[in-house]
Design a protein around this ligand. Sequence first.
Ligand code: MSP
Length: 503
Amino acid sequence: MKTFYVTTPIYYVNGKPSIGHAYTAIAADILARYHRSLGEEVAFQSGTDENSQKNVEAARAAGREDDVQGYLDEMADLWKRTFDALQLTHTRFIRTTESNHLAAVEMFWKAVEAKGDIYQGSYEGLYCQGCEAFVTEADLVNGNCPLHQKPPIVLKEKNYFFRLTAYREALLEHILTHPRFVLPESRRNEIVSYIRNFMTDVSISRETMKWGIPVPSDPAQRIYVWFDALINYITGAGYGTDQAAFEKWWPAQVQLVGKDILKFHCALWPAMLLSVGLPLPESVFAHGFFTVDGQKMSKSLGNVVDPVEMVERYGHDALRYFLMREIPFGGDGDFSEARLQQRYDGDLGNELGNLAHRVLTMAEKYVGGVVPERADGFLGEAWPAYRRAMEECRLHDALEAAWSLVRQANQYVDQRQPWTLAKNAETKALADTLYVLLETLRHLAHMLHPFLPGFGEGLFQRLGLGTSDQLALSPPFAEAWGGLEPGTQTSKGEPLFPKREES
Ligand code: MSP
C-alpha cells in the first residue's frame, strides 16, 4: 500500500495555540484526509518543541522555574487537547522531551560526528531568542528583530559547529534537480540565494543553556534547539527505535512549514540528512503568514485569535473553509471574523448549503427521494483540476475547482427549473435533471470531504451512501460519472450550513 507521511512544525509551548498555529495543522489535516481517500496509508505528525529557552522563560514567568518539566507537561497537554478539539486526524503527537526523541537525537549527533561534520569553535555574535537563531546587524530594524520586536542578546561561547557549508553544492544540486523539493515555486529563488550567498556553518550547541538535550560527548553543552527539533520528523517515523517503521515512512512526502522557518527546513535540515546519509523529504511546502484585521497578531496587541473559539462560533467546516479559501495557500493573507461570517453566509450557506438542500428537497418532493435512472452530467475538468491542485498543495485552487462545479450546478437548477418540469408533468426531463444534480452532489461530497468533513459526511448520508468509512472514496468510484445507484433512497435532512444567528 502506498504511504503518505505529512508533518507540521512542532510548536513552542510558551503560549497557547493561536489561529496561526492551527492554520498549518489544519492544512496538514486536509492533506492527510485527502490521501486517505486515495486509499493510501497515512501518517500525520504534529507536536511540541520543548527544548527551547523560551519555554523555560515562560515557565519562569508562570512561577514554575523549579518545575519546568511539569510546566511543559501541562502546556503540551493543552496543545494536544486543542488539536483534538479541532478534530485533527494526526496519528502522532510528538514531544521533544520524550525519551525516544532523546535517543534519536543522540544517535543522529553521533552519526554526524562520525562523518566529521562537527567541529569545535567559538562564537561571538547576536542571538535572537524569539527566533532561536543567530542574527546579524543587517537583519535588525532599529536594533530590534523585526519578527519579535526585541533586541538580540550578545552571545559569546565555545560551541560545536555543524559543517553546513560542506553541503552547499549538494543542496543547490538537489533543489535544482527536484522541482518539488521547495514549494511553492516562488520560494525557490529565496532559498537558492540564501544557500549560495549567505549560508555559513552553524553553531549547534550552547554552553550557557541549562535546558535541552546534552551533547553526547560533552554533556556540559546542550544541543541547539533547532538541531534537536528538526530531528523530530524522523524520531516520529521510527528513527533510532523502530527501523522497519522508519524504512516504511521516511522520507516524508510533504513537510508543511510557515515561511518564517523555510531556511531551517530547506537548508539546515536537508544538510543534516545528507550528512548522515538519509533521504531528503519529497517536498517542503512553505505557506504564508496572515495578519488579523490587517494587523500583526500579537499578545501585546491583544488580537490573538483562538481557533477553538472560532470553531465554537462557526463550526469546524467554516473555519477550515475560510482559512483555505481566503488566504491562497503559499501566499500571505488576512484573518477577519467579519470575512469569515461573509464566507459562511455566502459561499457555504447560499451557494453550497443551499444547493444541497434544494436538490435533496426537490428529490424528496418530486420522486420520493428515490434516485432516478442515470443521465449525463457536466463534470468537465473539475476532477483533473482538483487533483492537480491537491498534488501541488494548492489547496485554494482545489476548492476553486469544486466551487466551479457548485456554481454550474446552481445555474443548472435555474436553467432546468425542476418545479416547472414537475408542473408540466415532464417526467423524464425531471428525472434526468434530478439524477444529474444528485450525482453532482456526490462528486462535491468527495471533493470537499477533506476540507469540510462535516459537510462531506452529512452529504454522503443524505445521499444514502452511508458514512465515509463504508465508502470507496478512491478515484475510480469518486470520479466516474454515475456512481450514484438508481433506486438509492435519499433524505433531505437538516440544512448543512444553517442560517447563523446574528451576533
Ligand atoms: N518550534 C519552531 C518550529 C520547529 S519545527 C522543527 C517554531 N514554532 S512556532 O510555534 O513559533 O511556530 C510554528 C509555525 O506556526 C510557523 O512556522 C507557522 O507555520 C505557524 N504560524 C504561527 N503564526 C502564524 C501566522 N500568523 N500565520 C501563519 N502561520 C503562522 O517556529
